[in-house]
Design a protein around this ligand. Structure first.
Ligand code: FES
Length: 80
């Protein structure tokens, strides 16, 4: 489901962030409009259930709106 670049796989992730920004204007999409709330709920449950050692955060816009829902694993700066 999630792809990880091989060169980034040596960096241990500390944070997983899911953009849950919602815009009220119809001419620009947002991650929430593309399903990020459900994605964040599911990821949060999985991280907790599997006791994965990362901090999970719901975030504001990460300027990747057209590709959303946006997930970022940090450090490393990867957007998924
Ligand atoms: S609204 Fe999610 S990255 Fe912009």
């Amino acid at each position: 489901m999630l792809s990880v670049d091989e060169e980034d796989s040596e960096i241990k992730p500390k944070y997983v962030m899911v953009c849950v920004n919602r815009r009220s204007c119809a001419d620009r999409t947002s991650c929430a409009a593309l399903g990020s709330i459900n994605l964040a709920d599911a990821l949060g449950r999985i991280i907790t259930a599997r006791k994965i050692d990362v901090k999970f955060e719901r975030s504001i816009c990460m300027a990747q709106c057209q590709k959303g829902p946006t997930v970022r694993v940090a450090p490393g700066g990867r957007f998924i």
